[in-house]
Design a protein around this ligand. Sequence first.
Ligand code: FES
Ligand code: FES
Length: 156
Amino acid sequence: MKKLIELDINDEVHELAVRPDASLLNVLRGELGLVGPKKGCDTGGCGCCSVEVDGKVVYSCMVYAASVEGRKIRTVEGIGTADSLHPLQQAFIDAGAVQCGYCTSGMLMAAKQLLETNPSPDDDEIRQAIAGNLCRCTGYSKIVDAIRLAASRMAA
Ligand code: FES
Ligand code: FES
């Protein structure tokens, strides 16, 4: 049986009926059309579904939507716009850190959290921060370059 809940997503409150066992990822993508978070493994192993809940990155495939009622949820759609990209989004483009793009939203969320707590990370710290996010295309080097580039631009 579905339950009526309110979810605060990207500074907008949505009222919707969800099954108690519906994952946040399925609700974001299937009910709200927020398809930035991707469904990869659906078992907490790849990071491409990452979103923020109260500023902390979580795997949305592993979170029940009903459990985050009243919390602040942010998806990749809420970190920048087409006209005003987040510095990380621009840096990923400029550094050529996107190939198929499937991992990109999760990488951006992990990198955003890193730079909010550590504005000048070294490469080891960057690699550690994205260790929970799998990329099958880039070999990670350009992603690390992009995060370093964004950090330098944000510090300037
Ligand atoms: S889809 Fe959620 S961790 Fe892989
Ligand atoms: S760009 Fe394809 S999985 Fe990372």
